[in-house]
Design a binder for this molecule. Structure first.
Ligand code: ADP
Ligand code: GLC
Length: 468
């Protein structure tokens, strides 16, 4: 058995704001059959505490100004540790934001605490369980490999950082160096300093043995100034340590309610009814997304006439940027546009089942999960040609159509006219039912689960352990 401690700030089914939670929640179960025992460390936010109840506790003493302990629980068949530190995690709001939607001012300390405890567990073990690999996710766990390098582990522990999104870098002012217990000497361009600030993500990129991101294309993109967000130079220097491993989805949780494309019309009719959309000749397009600049939904607003003027419809579920929320509410005044602001997993499943196409016009997308849900349901993805969207959708160009391989549409650049052009192609395909049905079949036949990628992680862990 390979022993891996995975450290993340969110994890389904306990707490989720985005795809990171799905990945952290799926990995232990996907890896177990491959001889990897993954245990997960997560902050004990109120929701997590409530879900775990009174599991066994391991006292940790004082951590960053208050008492802390691990509560042991289960994540499916796997062990989960929740870091119970009430002064850091027991408060109303989400994992990162208070009830007013503002970052908690002590976020650098909250997640430095998570990282420091992770390093300690890696160095000392938990009872008689000694991890061989410390796998940390995003900036929230990014300081762990640096903390670990300052400890004297009883045995060697390999470290891996997975970048789910390089846009979030975990910045803190230099006045935090002391309180976070960071080595002053490493506050420089070769270390964890970034534009005069502390960057937890950069620390992870410098101190981890290996780095992955969640798709091969995003791994390449990260080496460019356009996508690297200032860290492209460092990543280029570390390119031998960097690779991309595509996300999968939980195919049991996202099993379509039908086995062939013939099952869709019933669900589409129900969805139209639920969303208050009229019957229509054109395709029903759905969006399920955080409403943020990354996701390119402002571009969708601009290109909307090109969808609905040809008889298409839009149903959107999302929340986030207040300006986008109100713009989509306003767009819904059109009879063929429906908007639901909020977070609703059950509705998201009905939308994926009932939609004809799923739109993901992201400016950048490390992997993206909703296009994978779409594929498995024959809900054809119309996506920007970037990151994991590029790696998971085969564009319906003439060659792919002729070869019978297409599974969706890609477009580029992410501009209103780029997207309008894609809508024109979408409508043409819709009117060529032979092509559309074939694409639905292709999409539904794909393997979008975790099997292949879990193998890739297992191999990487073993490389890390055997590395000199
Ligand atoms: P990101 O992590 O960048 O937000 P992903 O596509 O990787 O993007 O993951 C987003 C996840 O969150 C998906 O599981 C998606 O279905 C879910 N999601 C996003 N917004 C909503 C919403 N408003 N309601 C329900 N689920 C949502
Ligand atoms: C991030 C990315 C998304 C990815 C998810 C899980 O939130 O924005 O593209 O699918 O992490 O890796």
């Amino acid at each position: 058995m390979t022993r891996v401690l995975s450290v993340a700030s969110e994890c389904v089914p306990l707490i989720k704001t985005g795809g990171l939670a799905d990945v952290a929640g799926a990995l232990p179960g996907a890896l177990a059959p491959l001889g990897v025992e993954m245990r997960t460390l997560l902050p004990a936010y109120p929701k997590v505490r409530a879900a775990l109840g009174e599991g066994p506790r391991h006292e940790l003493g004082e951590v960053f100004g208050g008492p802390a302990a691990l509560i042991e629980g289960q994540l499916g068949e796997a062990v989960l540790y929740a870091l119970d530190a009430p002064h850091l995690f027991d408060r109303p709001g989400g994992p990162y934001l208070d009830e007013g939607g503002h970052d908690f001012p002590d976020n650098p300390r909250r997640f430095a605490a998570l990282s420091q405890v992770a390093a300690r567990l890696a160095a000392e073990g938990i009872g008689d369980w000694h991890p061989e690999v410390l796998h940390v996710h995003d900036w929230q766990a990014g300081l762990a490999p640096l903390y670990l390098s300052q400890m004297a582990p009883k045995r060697r522990v390999g470290t891996l950082l997975t970048i789910h999104n390089i846009a979030f870098q975990g910045m803190a002012p230099p006045s935090e160096i002391g309180p976070l217990g960071l080595p002053e000497a490493d506050f420089g361009p070769e270390g964890y300093e970034f534009w005069g600030q502390v960057s937890a993500l950069k620390a992870g990129l410098v101190w981890s043995d290996r780095i992955t991101t969640v798709s091969p294309t995003y791994a390449e993109e990260l080496l460019t100034p356009e996508f690297g967000m200032g860290l492209d130079g460092l990543l280029t220097a570390r390119r031998d340590a960097l690779s991309g491993i595509l996300n999968g989805i939980d195919t049991a949780a996202w099993a379509p309610p039908y086995r062939t494309p013939r099952g869709k019309p019933r669900h589409r009719a129900r969805l139209r009814h639920e969303m208050g959309l009229p019957e229509a000749e054109g395709p029903l397009c759905v969006v399920i997304s955080r409403l943020s600049h990354q996701k390119g939904l402002d571009v969708l607003l601009d290109a909307l006439p090109a969808l609905i003027d040809h008889g298409g419809q839009l149903a959107l579920l999302g929340s986030g940027d207040p300006a986008l929320e109100s713009a989509f509410r306003q767009a819904a005044e059109h009879p063929n546009v429906a908007t639901r602001i909020g977070y609703d997993e059950a509705l998201s499943k009905r939308m994926v089942a009932g939609g004809d196409a799923i739109l993901v016009p992201s400016r950048f997308e490390p992997c993206g999960l909703t296009q994978l849900y779409g594929l498995s349901h024959g809900t054809l993805p119309l996506v920007a040609r970037t990151g994991g969207l590029n790696d998971t959708v085969i564009d319906a160009n003439p060659m792919a159509l002729q070869a019978g391989a297409a599974t969706g549409l890609q477009f580029h650049p992410v501009t209103a006219s780029g997207l309008a052009g894609a809508f024109a192609r979408l409508h043409a395909l819709w009117r060529a039912p032979g092509h559309w049905q074939r694409m639905m079949k292709n999409a539904m036949a794909l393997d979008v689960g975790w099997d292949v990628s879990a193998q890739a992680y297992a191999t990487l862990y073993r490389d890390l352990i055997s590395a000199p």
